[in-house]
Design a protein around this ligand. Structure first.
Ligand code: FES
Length: 70
């Protein structure tokens, strides 16, 4: 899904940045230009980044718990 119309940035682009190590809206803004034109996408993009980072943390914690058990 297209998140930033001005820069043609999709949710997949943002997720790829997070899985690649980006840890904040600012980092993704710097690397992709997200929200750097009209700014209309900023609120939604921040929510998406927060949700994706939470999911990544839960996934990592679950994986670590599994590794400790086994
Ligand atoms: S829609 Fe993202 S900067 Fe305009």
């Amino acid at each position: 899904m297209l998140v930033c119309i001005c820069k043609g940035i999709t949710d997949k682009n943002i997720e790829d940045e997070i899985f690649g190590g980006a840890a904040s809206f600012s980092e993704i803004r710097q690397s992709l230009g997200l929200g750097s034109c009209c700014g209309q996408c900023t609120s939604y993009a921040k929510d998406l980044i927060s949700t994706t980072m939470t999911q990544l943390q839960l996934s990592t914690n679950t994986q670590l718990a599994y590794e400790v058990k086994c």
